[in-house]
Design a protein around this ligand. Structure first.
Ligand SMILES: Cc1cc2nc3c(=O)[nH]c(=O)nc-3n(C[C@H](O)[C@H](O)[C@H](O)COP(=O)(O)OP(=O)(O)OC[C@H]3O[C@@H](n4cnc5c(N)ncnc54)[C@H](O)[C@@H]3O)c2cc1C
Length: 356
């Protein structure tokens, strides 16, 4: 028996579910969300917002547009939830050669990168850090403490009875004309935001979501004294209280959720190339990034069921991408606007076989 009627059911409250549920709520839609904590990518993420690809000194996909939307979006959440979770710090890209320094200066002159890349070479003034060629400074970057943010948001939803901390069971979904019935809930639409968990979703497991495991170690080092992040072969990110996140790894093969000793060894080996002070590893975390076959987000309508949607494929950049794409998906559902082909799940429709 239907007990509750809502506009949307949202499955997953990671970065994707958070962004789309807030967007729909701003527009006056009701929703109920499900989350069973089966994926923790958003939870363990470094939370870094950085518009520049630091390997090649190129702008990330739609980086400027994403920064313009995402940072005010999270700042508004901070005010509403009365929590601080945005940290602003610069990223210092360690150079490996004179050629890299030259490439940096060329990149820093380009209009899209000029606001972010400092034109001056930064000499190292921290004796705890090793570098022969200095650093390039990336401005207007920082990170979100995603754990604090997600917990505060989920708490708020639970208090309003908008979140069920349980597994969404795909087998119990019933299509009733243009309505979806799930247990005692009737909804106009369902949006699946399960990250790598979508691989278990029989409605959407047809598009290629490979997943990429990432691990961080958390170290304590009172001697390190960094108030900026370093990007070398690893990222070293200040967390306060002499704690630093060091990572992350990229592994396409292992899809298990547990932290591994291999990752820890790899991260420590890289860390020792960058710092020359002692530290203690105090924690290690792992998650699976939802990385699509063509490395673009995967959002939009199910090929067969009109009122089923997917919001996924944010890979290693969910912090900036999710708030940028949430209004686009909301426009698509509510205003029938067209999605850009490169992000529309329709690009994979040939892989879909009808269910009956
Ligand atoms: C180590 C690591 C470091 C990272 N660092 C960064 C970074 O610095 N910056 C950045 O932008 N991105 C980073 N990322 C990537 C970022 O975490 C992802 O892009 C983002 O988390 C994807 O969010 P999501 O909501 O799509 O998926 P998820 O975070 O996986 O969320 C999916 C949610 O759905 C729930 N769920 C799934 N199935 C069900 C079900 N059947 N029933 C109920 N609930 C369900 C899960 O419990 C989960 O909460 C990092 C990722 C990792 C692993």
């Amino acid at each position: 028996m239907v007990d509750k009627k809502v506009d949307f059911i949202i499955v997953g409250t990671g970065l994707a579910g958070l962004a789309i549920s807030r967007e729909l709520n701003f527009r006056g839609n009701s929703f109920i969300a499900f989350d069973n904590s089966s994926q923790i990518s958003s939870y363990v993420a470094g939370g870094i917002f950085n518009p520049v690809i630091l390997k090649r000194f190129t702008p990330a996909w739609k980086a400027k547009e994403q920064m313009e939307i995402a940072i005010p979006f999270y700042a508004e959440m901070e005010r509403e939830l009365q929590q601080n979770f945005i940290n602003h710090w610069d990223i210092y890209r360690r150079f490996y050669s004179i050629e890299e320094q030259n490439d940096w200066f060329v990149a820093a002159d380009k209009p899209l990168l000029a606001p972010y890349l400092d034109q001056n070479l930064v000499k190292n003034s921290n004796p705890s850090v090793k570098t022969d060629y200095g650093f390039g400074r990336v401005k207007h970057t920082g990170n979100l403490d995603t754990e604090v943010m997600l917990e505060a948001y989920r708490d708020q939803l639970q208090k309003k009875q908008l979140l069920k901390a349980e597994k969404f069971d795909y087998d119990l979904v019933k299509m009733d004309g243009n309505r979806i019935v799930y247990k005692d809930i009737q909804a106009k639409y369902v949006i699946f935001c399960e990250g790598f968990g979508v691989t278990r979703n029989p409605f959407f497991n047809y598009f290629p979501l490979h997943g990429n495991k990432g691990e961080y170690i958390i170290i304590k080092s009172p001697e390190l004294k960094l108030d900026f992040a370093i990007k070398a072969s690893v990222f070293i990110m200040p967390m306060g209280n002499d704690l630093y996140k060091v990572g992350a790894t990229y592994n396409n093969h292992d899809k298990t959720p547990e932290p591994t000793s291999e990752a820890r060894e790899q991260l420590e080996a890289s860390l020792k190339q960058v710092i020359n002070v002692s530290y203690e590893v105090v924690d290690q975390v792992a998650g699976i990034r939802p990385t699509s076959g063509d490395r673009r987000p995967v959002i939009g309508k199910h090929p067969e069921f009109e009122n089923m949607y997917c919001f996924n494929g944010f890979g290693s950049r969910g912090v900036l991408i999710a708030p940028y794409l949430a209004p686009k998906l909301a426009d698509h559902i509510l205003e029938n606007s067209t999605l850009e082909q490169e992000i529309d799940i329709a690009r994979f429709k040939k892989r879909y076989f009808r269910r009956n």
